[in-house]
Design a protein around this ligand. Structure first.
Ligand code: MLT
Length: 344
């Protein structure tokens, strides 16, 4: 939901190069060592533009590693993280596991169904017991907004929010931003349209914050029942008719209809939803040639997108998934104490 603020600030500690530029003129080749001071990544809400760019620049380095014949670096050798997932996941849990293994970091996967949570053990007891076995980082997905923030106040390990209810999903926003920068160069001044279930989507909230901080102009479009009433205060435009805005944007970010979080009927029928808000084959054909399409997955094919999008050359759905591994490598590396290096 578009509200709520938790947790410590996520700051960047800048160590300037030893010889500062004379007369206030920056040497274009000088580099700045950047270290994240916070031990946690709880939400995009806590990051500023330079922190986001630090993570994305670090991810670029790791993206190159993923293209090598042996895509592994020893950056986190000897460390261990746990995927503490209390909600279903395919992409995010696999992506964090792979990111850890590409960094030579151990990764343990926790499943709610087969754990002592089914016997009534609390979130905190579960986390503390796992931490007691020697875990450096906890990657948590939980149905309750604020669960990662709560945990971060009670454990010594670093905490990464992998999705907390309808609140935030910061690594999804970072991987979406990474993918769009790779394709478009920069998000500065770009017009991004998020379409669909804005109210129930944690991706919508994180993406809105992330894209805006990177200079994009964000608009949202969906049925009035799926757009939070106060969303304009976040600086985005609101549209209720997709065909009114579709030909004016650079990026179409489709969102999944969040069936599991919808408690009342938010639209009359799936057929009607698709007709008004779906990226149908016909709408796809009418998109301007440079427009790109993203979706965080999983896709409800035939609802928010027709299957034709899977074959559309400017759909970035699978590149998003590949880039997600590099972005999560960057997050784990920086939170575990690594230093990023960016041009000043
Ligand atoms: C999420 O967990 O929020 C997914 O990445 C996106 C979705 O489920 O729609």
């Amino acid at each position: 939901m578009v509200q709520c603020g938790h947790g410590p600030r996520f700051r960047v500690h800048e160590v300037r190069s030893p010889e500062p530029a004379k007369s206030g003129v920056q040497n274009p080749e000088s580099r700045v060592k950047v270290k994240l001071r916070s031990r946690h990544l709880l939400g995009i809400e806590d990051l500023d533009r330079s922190e986001i760019l630090t993570i994305l620049d670090q991810a670029r380095t790791f993206r190159e590693v993923l293209d090598r014949p042996i895509p592994i670096v020893p950056a986190l050798r000897g460390r261990t993280v746990v995927n503490l997932f209390f909600e279903a996941s395919t992409r995010t849990t696999t992506s964090f596991s792979l990111a850890a293994s590409r960094l030579s970091c151990g990764c343990v996967n926790f499943s709610k169904a087969t754990s002592a949570v089914s016997k009534g053990e609390t979130l905190l007891d579960t986390a503390r017991n796992i931490e007691a076995m020697g875990v450096d980082g906890i990657i948590i997905r939980h149905a309750s907004p604020g669960a990662p923030h709560f945990l971060s106040r009670h454990v010594k390990a670093f905490v990464v929010n992998a999705g907390d209810g309808a609140h935030e999903h910061p690594t999804q926003a970072l991987l979406d931003a990474f993918t769009l920068r790779e394709k478009l160069g920069s998000l500065d001044g770009k017009r991004v349209l998020m379409v669909g279930d804005i109210t129930h989507s944690r991706v919508a909230r994180s993406n809105l914050l992330c894209f805006s901080k990177l200079g994009a102009r964000v608009a949202v479009c969906g049925p009035p029942t799926m757009i939070p009433p106060d969303i304009e205060q976040y600086g985005c435009e609101v549209f209720y008719r997709l065909d009114r805005i579709l030909d004016e944007v650079d990026v179409v970010n489709m969102l999944r209809v969040q069936q599991e979080r919808i408690t009342s009927s938010s639209f009359p029928t799936v057929r009607e939803y698709r007709a008004f808000y779906g990226l149908t084959a016909e709408r796809l054909r009418n998109l301007a040639p440079e427009v790109v399409v993203t979706h965080p997955g999983p896709v409800n094919w035939g609802v928010e997108m027709d299957f034709d999008v899977a074959e559309f050359s400017r759909a970035l759905v699978l590149p998003q998934v590949t880039n997600g591994v590099a972005v999560r490598m960057a997050v784990l590396f920086l939170l575990a104490g690594g230093e990023g290096e960016v041009r000043s």
